[in-house]
Design a protein around this ligand. Structure first.
Ligand SMILES: *[C@@H]1O[C@H](CO)[C@@H](O)[C@H](O)[C@H]1NC(C)=O
Ligand SMILES: *[C@@H]1O[C@H](CO)[C@@H](O)[C@H](O)[C@H]1NC(C)=O
Ligand SMILES: *[C@@H]1O[C@H](CO)[C@@H](O)[C@H](O)[C@H]1NC(C)=O
Length: 329
């Protein structure tokens, strides 16, 4: 499992007013992360200006001649121009997608090996010395988040990068901590939006039967970061994780699309007349997403498995079961 990859992406949005369907696509040619020549296993976002490709843009010709603009300043101007010139139903936004730093569950997966982790240990809350249910960041994970923090500060200072206008964070402890270490105590430009993240239920990674995907209660999150906003309707206990079935990729796509629609059509787009009028025409219900997709059974052993480098092999040839291993649900 990989962690702390930072992926800025320029997304183009096409909203069809009548049918309310929304089509998202990424615009290539701006970030190395979107180029097929980039090897994700060796890519280091911090070494290459967050991946922003060194280039000129069509909008450069509209800039004032008497001063030098940084690559990030010219990029911001280019995105503004894309929005000005596009059809009213098309909107461009830049997303900075940050993954969490290393958590105790990542360290434990390395310790036990992935097959044994998946088919037994990950279904427990921890072992006698470590807890990995809704895991916290390890020291290494904190260092990884601070690396992102340092890059942001450098790009603010050296290139006047436009920092995010809105911040959203998943409700898992490791992601809350990663956002905190990344954005707290940054010296932001005077005109920048402050770091006031909104905790959103649907901005989670794939939800498996592993206890690391079982979020803590709303009260716990509120106590950890008392000043952070938690979205309306966020339940006290996690109602998505069940410990028996795992979310499929198709189901995750539906969930992620719903989350993206919430971001595009509520907070950030309040300023955008075109999208507000699109919502009105649809009876104020917001964009349509396809209905939910079934999750799938996730067999596991009930005692530590036979060590195997390729698959889940339970002792005595016992067949993996689909009953919950942890009973404190
Ligand atoms: C852009 O050029 C600068 C030096 O001119 C270099 O340091 C940087 O890594 C380059 N960025 C990318 C994404 O290639
Ligand atoms: C528990 O798991 C951790 C890995 O996360 C490992 O370092 C530790 O030795 C394990 N404890 C026991 C008692 O096996
Ligand atoms: C949040 O980040 C700040 C700054 O790095 C740090 O001092 C603080 O301990 C962090 N809080 C939590 C709950 O992780």
């Amino acid at each position: 499992m990989k962690f702390t990859t930072l992926t800025p992406a320029l997304l183009g949005l096409t909203a069809s007013v009548a049918a309310y369907t929304v089509e998202y696509s990424t615009e290539t040619g701006y970030f190395l992360q979107d180029e097929s020549s980039t090897d994700a296993s060796t890519f280091d976002y911090a070494a290459v200006n967050f991946g922003l490709i060194n280039r000129t843009y069509p909008a450069d010709s509209h800039l004032k001649k008497h001063r030098d603009y940084s690559q990030w300043e010219r990029f911001y101007h280019q995105v503004q121009k894309l929005n000005q010139d596009s059809h009213k139903d098309i909107e461009y936004k830049v997303l900075f997608l940050g993954r969490h730093g290393e958590g105790y569950h990542n360290a434990a997966e390395t310790f036990y090996g992935t097959p044994a982790w998946n088919c037994y240990w990950a279904e427990l809350d921890g072992n006698s010395t470590t807890t990995w249910k809704d895991a916290s960041l390890t020291e290494n994970g904190i260092t990884q988040a601070l690396k992102a923090h340092n890059l942001w500060q450098k790009l603010i200072n050296e290139q006047n990068i436009h920092t995010p206008d809105n911040y959203f964070v998943s409700p898992l402890t490791r992601t809350l901590q990663t956002a905190n270490y990344t954005f707290t105590d940054l010296s932001l430009p005077r005109s920048a939006a402050p770091f006031n993240p909104l905790v959103k239920e649907l901005f989670r990674e794939g939800i498996s039967i592993h206890t690391c995907d079982h979020r803590s209660s709303r009260s716990y999150i509120h106590n950890l970061f008392p000043k952070w906003a938690i979205e309306a309707g966020f339940t006290e206990d996690d109602e998505l994780w069940n410990g028996v079935t795992g979310e499929t990729s198709a189901a995750q796509d539906v969930r992620s699309t719903t989350a993206l629609n919430e971001v595009f059509f509520t907070s950030a787009s309040e300023k955008d007349e075109a999208v507000v009028s699109a919502e009105k025409k649809g009876g104020g219900r917001g964009p349509v997403t396809s209905s939910s997709v079934a999750w799938t059974d996730s067999p596991h052993c009930t005692v530590p498995p036979v060590t195997s480098v390729t698959a889940c092999v339970c002792p005595s040839s016992a067949v993996p079961v689909t009953t919950p291993l942890v009973t404190d649900l």
